[in-house]
Design a protein around this ligand. Structure first.
Ligand code: ARG
Length: 464
């Protein structure tokens, strides 16, 4: 029997198949039951339920919870969604006379919004921990390989030499912003919709502050109509996961590239590559490629869900049921992908000879321009002169270190014999000692700051 059997006849089977959400929203069972237990207690405070009735309902709900946990919950063909399923089972256990009182003043509209928020709140610490673990892996690697040089790129062309640890740490800070975003999102997520009813509120004097306390929400929604239709937190989480997915994808791409034999700066552990069915020599970075690929779906989910929201009239609309699958996908993907990346980073081998040997002399062209600046030449003129020298070196087929002095002098008379002294990769790195720069002391500073941040967060038990 449907919940609306009083008004309507049986729904067509095709409609049920199309509309039912139980196959995917059953995973909300713990949140749904927690919400119902709190609601039963709140109803008892209004006098709708006697103390004995409240106890019986709470015990019944606890039994349903146990059945779900044990995998013993038996699905019935009428279980449209998790709310209907729990109510149906409770009714079997307690009888309609008693179980039928639980829904007084409550709608599935405020119920589902409560469940989803509660469920997501419960998932945040696990995601935050996994981000933190990846950050930890990056810091460890940066510390271990401090001092190793590598080419720094812009437009995937060698730009200036940097420390490999500087490259690793650049991902730490991106992830740090992701953690901040998660923290900010939590505040807006921790708002209780229960008590909003179908849209207009609850007429039974339900104590919403009490409900919020019972369920661990930090405050109550301010407008019942907004409360049942608000899915901003889903969109926000999807944005958070899309951007985090982009960051993970970028890291994956760098790792794929720098571990390709043509670059060879890095080597991936055998545990994180897979072979080919045909070519015996292959060791493919499949897990990293999938992380890059999944980011596409994370982005797509955000766009898709915003499109679901954009045309909705106010109040609850069934379209909102489309919130769950993208949200579940995002949470599941992040929980699986983050530890894979942590593992890759923790087992990464650095091939110092290749990363330092891969540096090309033209990556020192800026040093030459700076050299002229020190001789009093305006930077723009220096840039032009060095451009000429670089061009000449290309024509002659030599590196900047082998370009004869008269060629330098032809490019600009201020060049002297000491010019060759600035053509040094490590010196180029060490000169960039502005705060946040790639000089070793600055990178060490970064690492210390990062470790301090991780330590503090550990102590505070943030995003809990
Ligand atoms: N399964 C529904 C959802 O996920 C629950 C709310 C249904 N409310 C309604 N009025 N049909 O959104």
């Amino acid at each position: 029997m449907t919940l609306w059997a009083g008004r309507l006849t049986e729904t067509d089977a095709k409609v049920r198949l199309f509309c039912d959400s139980f196959p995917f929203d059953r995973r909300l069972y713990a949140a749904d039951i927690a919400g119902s237990i709190a609601y039963a207690k709140a109803l008892a405070r209004t006098g709708i339920l006697s103390f004995e009735e409240r106890q019986a309902i709470v015990r019944g709900l606890e039994q349903v919870l146990a059945e779900f946990k044990l995998g013993a919950f038996v699905v019935s063909p009428g279980d449209e969604d998790i709310h209907t399923a729990v109510e149906r089972r409770l009714t079997e256990l307690l009888g309609e006379e008693l179980a039928g009182k639980l829904h007084t003043g409550r709608s599935r509209n405020d119920q589902v919004a409560t469940d989803l928020r509660l469920w997501l709140l419960g998932e945040l610490p696990g995601i935050a921990d996994r981000i933190r673990d990846l950050q930890g892996a990056l810091v460890e690697a940066a510390e271990k390989h401090l001092g190793v040089l590598m080419p720094g790129y812009t437009h995937l062309r060698q730009a200036q030499p940097i420390l490999l640890s500087h490259w690793l740490m650049s991902y730490f800070w991106r992830l740090s912003r992701d953690r901040e975003r998660l923290e900010g999102l939590k505040e807006r997520l921790s708002v209780l919709p229960l008590g909003a009813g179908a849209l207009a509120g609850n007429p039974w004097g339900i104590d919403r502050e009490y409900l919020a306390r019972e369920l661990g929400f930090s405050r109550c929604s301010e407008n019942s109509l907004d409360a049942v239709s608000d899915r901003d937190y889903v969109a926000e989480f999807l944005f958070f996961s899309a951007l985090l997915g982009v960051h993970l994808s970028q890291l994956a791409e760098d790792l794929i590239l720098f571990s390709a034999p043509e670059f060879g700066f890095l080597e991936l552990s055998e545990a994180y590559v897979t072979g080919s069915s045909l070519m015996p020599q292959k060791a493919n970075p499949d897990p990293l490629e999938l992380i890059r690929g999944r980011a596409g779906r994370l982005i797509g989910n955000l766009c898709g869900f915003l499109s679901v929201l954009k045309g909705l009239p106010s109040g609850y609309n069934k379209d909102l049921q489309e919130d769950k699958e993208p949200l579940f996908f995002a949470v599941d993907t992040l929980k699986l992908a983050l530890p894979v990346l942590s593992g890759v980073v923790r087992t990464l081998k650095v091939n110092r000879n290749r990363s330092e040997g891969g540096l090309r002399e033209e990556a020192l062209a800026t040093e030459l321009a700076d050299y002229l600046v020190e001789k009093g030449i305006p930077f723009r003129a220096a840039h032009r002169a060095v451009g000429k020298a670089v061009r000449r070196a290309l024509e002659l087929g030599v590196g900047l270190r082998s370009l004869p002095l008269e060629e330098y002098r032809a490019a600009h008379p201020a060049f002297g014999e000491d010019v060759y002294r600035v053509l040094d990769f490590r010196q180029a790195v060490e000169r960039r000692n502005s705060p946040g720069g790639t000089a070793a002391a600055r990178v060490r500073e970064q690492i210390e700051k990062a470790k301090e941040l991780l330590r503090k967060e550990e102590e505070d038990g943030e995003v809990s």
